[in-house]
Design a protein around this ligand. Sequence first.
Ligand SMILES: [Fe+2]
Ligand SMILES: [Fe+2]
Length: 161
Amino acid sequence: MKATELLKKQHREVKGLFRQVKKASDARGRRAGMEEIASKLEAHMRIEEQIFYPAVQEIGTKKAEELVPEAYEEHHVAQLVLKELPQVDPKDERFEAKMTVLEELIEHHVEEEEKEMFKLAEKLGDDRLSELAEEMQGAMGAEGGRASGGSTMRAAAGGRR
Ligand SMILES: [Fe+2]
Ligand SMILES: [Fe+2]
């Protein structure tokens, strides 16, 4: 698998989680969903920042020098929202507002990554992209059980994927 494919798969996963949170019937489900989104996004942003973005930056074109710093800044803004969310009561209307802002932010960011940065990353070649995917998977695995929140969310939302 190529790094860009791995990252795209994670993008789809987070998108699905946002949909689930909107469907969640109670505050507990919304909070559980938010926590799962936070943990998935944090892991995703970490491997991009530590492994993928530096590799794209190495391409060294003007486009790379423009896209990579912008992506770091967008992660930064997403992290600010993620930090605030646990302090907001999921019954409060601000919770939904913040989740919507986060979702829009992520949607915009993902679109730029997939349409521009990942296209540029093709310059790295398939071998290098596969290597990067392995490196990222290794880094995710090293985080241990962080990805185990899924079942809680599904139970709380009372639904299936
Ligand atoms: Fe990103
Ligand atoms: Fe991404």
